[in-house]
Design a protein around this ligand. Structure first.
Ligand SMILES: *Cc1c(COP(=O)(O)O)cnc(C)c1O
Length: 420
């Protein structure tokens, strides 16, 4: 008997997409628009656009208070902030990083001719596996750069102990982790320094922006020089080699305005997270990555792990189903830094040491959340996922047929050869 199903409602079977407009992952969070406009107008009136202006100073002060860290140095973006931290710490040779991160973590090292040594992750936390880190230490290793992926902290105590015991510098790429805590203490206070990103897609955005947060006075002073061409006090007084990492006033105005609304952003993200959790709970093969609710989290990322055998379709197929509905789910992070150039060519065998990374990058995906997504949107998205998995056989066949349709037939190939 033919089982009737609902899956004909899916766009891959020719139905109208569930969303008329594309729903992106990482739509910006915007705070109070009137406050922002007031600040932007003030910047224009004051005609002070950059170089440690009033708003940059205020943003730094407020961020330092927010994290409880002693120093905050605002920058033009997170990547430059990483590069400056790496240089200010005097890292050389090799630095151990996860491959499961945004490629900027690795690039910030390679840009300075330091070798990023890719380390495997703990499959539960998605962050550096401290035991694997230790195995990768060589006489050339100068430091460890952990990444608080999804704002979920690294195993900081273990990494700190390891770095001390092996005399290595430890720093963190905390790009995802504004507003998150570890054992009750805000991220930004660990290692030698931590780096935030305020890119438009991040939890707190400054259009583009970044910051270094540290409790080390000497390091903070050095970083301040470096991000401003090495200019010392007074005029025309260069005392150090530097670059231009400065944040501008418009970005700072956006950052401050966002910072005033972080509680609202978190409340929205948390509501979305709990809704996804409830609506996906019983869907086979779908695991929502959870946050430790005893800690502070920004809940900025809705991350799924798809178990192909349980779900009947794999991650790539589910992403295709969602894209057809105008839900632009992302395979984030895919395929892992070690599979991107130049690292792929430098370390063609890196995958042998990265079994957990390889597994995770094949099954992980992220879904839209944030203040730009409504509860109705989330219900629709979860409904699509449920339908696709309920009727996985037909979904899989439809996607395979679609794939086959793009393969030229023998006749077409023959015709092409004749033409040539
Ligand atoms: C976004 C991001 C960066 C880069 O930050 P930008 O501000 O975009 O330069 C670095 N690392 C991670 C993990 C990120 O997510």
């Amino acid at each position: 008997m033919l089982k009737t199903t609902q899956s004909t409602k899916l766009a891959i079977f020719g139905a109208a997409p569930a969303f008329t407009q594309k729903l992106h992952v990482g739509r910006p969070n915007i705070g109070d628009r009137d406050q922002l406009m007031e600040r932007i107008n003030d910047v224009l009136d004051r005609k002070w656009f950059s170089n440690n202006g009033k708003y940059v100073q205020e943003f730094e002060k407020r961020l330092a208070e927010f994290t409880g860290a002693k120093h905050c140095i605002a920058m033009c973006n997170g990547t430059i902030a990483l590069e400056i931290v790496i240089r200010a710490l005097g890292l050389t040779g090799e630095v151990i990083v996860p491959s499961f991160t945004f490629v900027a973590t690795a690039h910030a090292l390679q840009w300075q001719e330091i070798t990023p040594v890719f380390c495997d992750i703990d499959p539960e936390t998605h962050t550096l596996d401290p035991a694997q880190v230790e195995r990768l230490i060589t006489p050339r290793t100068s430091g460890i750069m952990g990444v608080h992926v999804w704002g979920r902290p690294c195993q900081i105590d273990e990494l700190t102990e390891l770095a001390q015991r092996r005399n290595l510098k430890l720093a963190f790429d905390a790009s995802h982790a504004v507003g998150c805590s570890y054992k009750g203490r805000m991220l930004g206070n660990f290692g030698e320094a931590e780096v935030f990103s305020f890119h438009a897609t991040k939890f707190l955005n400054a259009f583009e922006g970044g910051a270094v947060v540290t409790n080390n006075d000497e390091l903070a002073a050095k970083i301040r020089l470096m991000k401003n061409f090495g200019f010392g006090p007074g005029y025309d007084n260069v005392i150090y080699v530097g670059t231009n990492g400065k944040m501008n006033e418009m970005s700072a105005a956006m950052g401050i305005t966002g910072l005033e609304s972080v509680d609202d952003f978190i409340a929205t993200n948390y509501r979305n997270y709990k809704q996804y959790q409830a609506e996906l709970r019983d869907v086979p093969g779908v695991r929502l990555v959870t946050y430790n609710e005893a800690e502070k989290n920004n809940y900025q990322y809705i991350i799924l792990e798809i178990d192909e055998w349980e779900a009947g379709i794999n991650r790539n197929e589910l992403v295709k189903v969602l894209h057809a509905e105008n839900v632009l789910a992302r395979r984030y992070f895919y395929p892992g830094c070690h599979k991107m150039e130049p690292y792929r060519s430098y370390f063609p065998n890196a995958h042998l040491l990265l079994p957990e990374t390889e597994k995770l990058t094949e099954k992980v995906m992220s879904l839209p959340t944030g203040t730009g997504v409504t509860p109705e949107d989330i219900s629709k998205i979860c409904g699509i996922i449920r339908l696709a998995i309920q009727d996985s056989d037909r979904v899989r066949r439809a996607l395979q047929d679609e794939l086959l349709a793009t393969v030229p037939t023998d006749k077409q190939l023959a015709a092409e050869i004749t033409v040539r």
